[in-house]
Design a protein around this ligand. Structure first.
Ligand code: CP3
Length: 364
């Protein structure tokens, strides 16, 4: 037992949410596992639906008072340890010169997807200041919570954003993205570099405004083989993550369906890797030699089950983490519409109960 674990066991003064999150990111001992949830502010929540009735998704993102309200309401209602700023992954596309919209129930549509090297040349990289509304929303959330909760800023990773730019929407097989990557490797690299330039500036603004941690979403990296990930994606992603860390915050790097990519994702140097639910947490973490912190990984669809089953799955994940320092409890992907809100709240309760039980076992 290290000196700090000892003093925590003897003196269980509760930590603030911000301290709990930050310490877990750095694999330092905590009083209990921190918990927050992907897409914790969203359509499953009546309070969000009420705001959405009067405003589009992009209006909420672009009005700092609204974005802050939605962020704060969700975090308080769920009683989580961290608030992720309400924004969207695709916002930086606009300041690079690519227009997009969200069509009802369909996800994002980019009107003129990138298909040629000339289209990459035409992208702007100097417009990150146009995204200042996100930093302004973070400043409001930070002023509200102070240290009570950790504040998480975020951006997309170069690959995942490039895939939207090239496909023009979500995709099943990434045919256009991979064709561009294989056949136009120089333009592919130029595209990812341009994205990284904008994302770095965007991340810096968020840190300066008060983000404690930055999450980089590489949601669709799991579409790549490890070899293609290493060759076409890892170098630029690693540089971006290193730069964000140089602003003074830990980075959580998240992707879906990444079981075989984890060793390569680890090479980015991210402080925390976020797992989806297909990858058993204990096994994945062991195979990473506990060399980084780990976030996850309850299947979000478990939230449609009875509370007893949800409780048992939460326990399995916490048992799997086995008290190693550096676990952040989360879902394996975002909460979906129609999820019962009381089950979302129950997860947070179950994570806390588990910590109390373990503490009682230790005393007994
Ligand atoms: O609470 C939070 O987690 C913060 C808010 C947040 C949103 N988008 C708001 C949103 C976050 C972190 C994102 C990230 C995001 N956006 C990702 C990466 C995370 C992931 O899910 O892997 C991606 C791929 C996007 C792009 C995007 N935005 C898609 C594909 C969609 C449509 C899918 C859907 O759920 O309908 C969106 C829309 C979106 N972004 C919604 C929310 C709450 C729902 C739409 C609405 O309110 O009308």
């Amino acid at each position: 037992m290290t000196r700090s674990t000892e003093s925590l066991a003897e003196n269980p003064t509760p930590m603030t949410g911000a301290a709990r999150l930050l310490r877990a990111c750095l694999r330092q001992p905590v009083d209990r596992t921190p918990v927050w949830l992907l897409r914790q502010a969203g359509r499953y929540m009546a309070e969000y639906q009420a705001v959405r009735r009067h405003h589009s998704l992009l209006e909420i993102c672009k009005q700092p008072a609204l974005a802050a309200e939605v962020t704060i309401t969700a975090a308080e209602k769920l009683d989580v340890d961290a608030a992720i700023i309400f924004a969207d992954l695709l916002l930086p596309l606009e300041c690079m010169g690519l227009a997009f919209e969200f069509q009802a129930g369909e996800g994002p549509i980019i009107h003129a997807p990138i298909r040629t090297p000339e289209a990459v040349d035409a992208l702007r990289t100097s417009g990150a200041s146009e995204l200042g509304y996100v930093a302004e929303a973070i400043a409001r959330v930070a002023a509200h919570f102070r240290d009570r909760l950790g504040i998480i800023g975020f951006c997309g990773a170069p690959f995942t954003l490039a895939s939207y730019m090239i496909e023009g929407s979500g995709s099943r097989n990434y045919v256009h993205t991979k064709t561009f990557m294989y056949r136009q490797p120089a333009a592919w690299r130029a595209l990812l570099e341009k994205l990284a330039t904008v994302l770095r500036d965007f991340a810096r603004q968020q840190v300066e405004a008060g983000a404690d941690v930055l999450q980089v979403f590489d949601s669709w990296a799991g579409a790549l083989s490890p070899q293609d990930y290493r060759e076409f994606v890892l170098p630029v992603t690693k540089s971006l993550i290193r730069e964000v860390q140089s602003f003074g915050v830990p980075v959580i790097y998240f992707g879906v369906d990444t079981a075989t990519l984890l060793p390569a994702m680890r090479e980015t140097g991210a402080d925390v890797l976020g797992l989806d639910w297909r990858t058993p947490l204990g096994k994945a973490w062991r195979e990473l030699d506990y060399a980084c912190a780990i976030q996850g990984n309850l299947d979000p669809i478990t939230l449609f089950a009875e509370p007893e089953l949800i409780r048992s799955r939460v326990r399995s994940i916490l048992d799997d983490a086995a008290g190693h320092p550096g676990h952040i409890f989360n879902l394996g992907h975002g909460i979906v519409p129609d999820t019962p809100v009381e089950n979302v709240q129950a997860i947070v309760k179950f994570v806390r109960e588990y910590a109390r039980e373990k503490a009682a076992e230790k005393r007994a």
